[in-house]
Design a protein around this ligand. Structure first.
Ligand code: NAD
Ligand code: APR
Ligand code: ZN
Length: 252
């Protein structure tokens, strides 16, 4: 494992344009409920399709808004872990590094990453469901839903429509500008560090393959094998909060 860390550090040392692509695994050690874990407790009788879709929001805006505010409050109680901090450290060492994430939490930002590209939106960018007008976050920490679940969404100041989470739902397209920014960065990089993603959900999962097609080296950090194993020049097999700091140490 230490030789793999040394190999990864050598690739990072020689890289001029770095892209770091992260998924739910980078936040796992912050205790953020992963997408599947977020359906436990009060929410366990729901399934993703019944909450993370535009139809679900139209059918019961207070239930969907309540779930996302519950998740936003969970994120607020969590803290960036050493993996998020190491990602921000790479950005400081390699100016021009682009961070692309599939996560909707703000832990990269709270660890010091300036402007991560959120391919699946963010819990911190609510907008009007009808006219798309950006809405302010409810003041203070997210309220606890009233009956443990439902929370009436705020109203749009421009059209009085219901405010929705700024998260990409099942069946929704990814934000076009973000996807283009991510694809351009992947096609222009010479090193792609993928951290904590299963590489299963498209179109986000396409990003590392764009880097490979552009001749970039891929370093993967994940405790388990993924479809990216065959294209990764180095596979760091383990948790990101342990391996990313070791990668930085090996950089010297
Ligand atoms: P979501 O995961 O339902 O939707 C996000 C996107 O992923 C959509 O394009 C959706 O179509 C697609 N998608 C999600 N699960 C899928 C599946 N099983 N099969 C096929 N497509 C799927 O939205 P969410 O629950 O509100 O979460 C938004 C994003 O946050 C997701 O991408 C989710 O994986 C990710 N996430 C973030 C954290 C975190 O913030 N730390 C943790 C876990 C997951
Ligand atoms: N360090 C690194 N990786 C980890 C860690 C850790 N401590 N813990 C878990 N992982 C890995 C898991 O092995 C898994 O491969 O993180 C990955 C998480 O996979 P997913 O839960 O599928 O998260 P993600 O890849 O972000 O999912 C992609 O699918 O759930 C939808 O739209 C959602 O954006 C999400 C997309
Ligand atoms: Zn509106």
């Amino acid at each position: 494992q230490s030789s793999a860390v040394r190999d990864a550090a050598a690739l990072l040392a020689g890289a001029r344009r770095v892209v770091i692509f992260t998924g739910a695994g980078v936040s796992a050690e912050s205790g953020i409920p992963t997408f599947r874990d977020a359906l436990t407790g009060l929410w366990q009788r729901f399934d993703a399709q019944s909450l993370a879709t535009p139809e679900a929001f139209r059918a019961d805006p207070a239930l969907v808004w309540g779930w996302y505010e519950w998740r936003r409050s969970a994120v607020g109680r969590a803290r960036p872990n050493p993996a998020h901090v190491a990602v921000a450290a790479v950005e400081a060492l390699r100016p021009g590094t682009v961070v692309i994430t599939q996560n909707v939490d703000d832990l990269h930002e709270r660890a010091g990453s300036a402007a991560p590209v959120h391919l699946h939106g963010s819990l911190f960018a609510p907008r009007c469901f009808d006219c798309g007008h950006p809405a302010p976050l409810p003041a203070g920490p997210a309220d606890e839903p009233v009956d443990g679940r439902r929370l009436d969404p705020p109203r749009c100041t421009a059209c009085a429509g219901p405010v929705r989470p700024g998260v990409v739902w099942f069946g929704e397209a990814l934000p076009e500008a973000s996807l283009r920014h991510a694809a351009d960065a992947a096609a222009a990089c010479d090193l792609m560090l993928t951290v904590g993603t299963s590489g299963l959900v498209y179109p986000a999962a396409e990003i590392p393959h764009l880097a490979v097609r552009a001749g970039a080296a891929v370093v993967q950090v994940n405790p388990v094998p993924t479809p990216l194993d065959p294209v990764a020049e180095v596979n760091l097999r383990g948790p990101a909060a342990q391996l990313l700091p070791r990668l930085l140490d090996a950089l010297g």
